[in-house]
Design a binder for this molecule. Structure first.
Ligand code: IMP
Ligand code: MG
Length: 180
C-alpha cells in the first residue's frame, strides 16, 4: 500500500494540529448548547474520532451514511442516504462532520435534509476543502486544510474502498487509477 503513494499532501502532524484547532473553536462556540455531532460515513470516521476527542464540552453524536461516488474518482452528483441518523434533532444544534468538501453537493443535500427536521442550527465542519471544484455555493463554517484539485486518499478518504487507513493525506501513482 505504501508503494502506491505518489506524494504526501498533508502530513499526520498537520492533521493533528488542524483537529486540535477545530476542536477548540467548536468547544468555545457551542459552550452551553445542546450539540449533536453528525459524522458522514464512511469518509469522516477517522476525522470524527479525532475531532470528538478534541471537543471539551458535552456533545451527543450520530452517524449518517451516504454514497455518491461508487468506485470512480468523479462525483455522480446523486446523493444516496444509506443509513439515516437515529437521534431527534428538533431544537438541537447540529454539526455535520465531513472529510472533504468537493463539489459541495453532498453537504448541500444533507443541510437541506436536516433543515426540514427543525433543528436550532445546522453547521458544517470539514477536514479538507477543494474550493476549486465547487458546484453549489456552500462553505463549511469550520474548515480544516485547503487541498489542490487532485484526487486524494488517506485519513478516511478512499479510492475504490481502499487507502482509508493511510495516516497522511496522499495522492496515488497514476498507474493505480489507470484501469478505472
Ligand atoms: P462532494 O459532494 O462533491 O462535495 O463530495 C463528497 C464526498 O466525495 C467527500 O466527502 C468525499 O468522501 C468524496 N471525495 C471527494 N473528493 C475526493 C477525493 O479527492 N478523494 C476521496 N474522496 C473524495
Ligand atoms: Mg464523504
Amino acid at each position: 500500500m505504501m508503494g502506491d503513494i505518489e506524494e504526501i499532501l498533508v502530513s499526520r502532524e498537520q492533521i493533528r494540529e488542524m483537529t486540535r484547532g477545530l476542536g477548540k473553536r467548536i468547544s468555545e462556540d457551542y459552550e452551553g448548547c445542546d450539540l449533536i455531532v453528525v459524522g458522514v460515513l464512511k469518509g469522516s470516521f477517522i476525522f470524527l474520532a479525532d475531532l470528538m476527542r478534541e471537543i471539551t464540552i458535552p456533545a451527543d453524536m450520530d452517524l449518517i451514511a451516504v454514497s455518491s461516488y461508487g468506485a470512480s474518482t468523479k462525483s455522480s452528483g446523486v446523493v444516496r442516504i444509506i443509513k439515516d441518523i437515529d437521534i431527534d434533532i428538533e431544537g438541537k444544534h447540529v454539526l455535520i462532520v465531513e472529510d472533504l468538501v468537493d463539489t459541495g453537493l453532498t453537504l448541500n443535500h444533507l443541510k437541506e435534509l436536516f433543515g426540514t427536521r427543525n433543528p436550532k442550527s445546522v453547521k458544517v465542519c470539514a477536514a479538507f476543502d477543494k474550493p476549486s471544484r465547487r458546484k453549489v455555493d456552500i462553505e463549511a463554517e469550520y474548515k480544516g486544510i485547503e487541498v489542490p484539485d487532485k484526487f486524494i486518499v488517506g485519513y478516511g478518504l478512499d479510492y475504490a474502498g481502499k487507502y482509508r487507513n493511510l495516516p497522511d493525506v496522499c495522492t496515488l501513482k497514476k498507474e493505480i487509477y489507470s484501469n478505472s
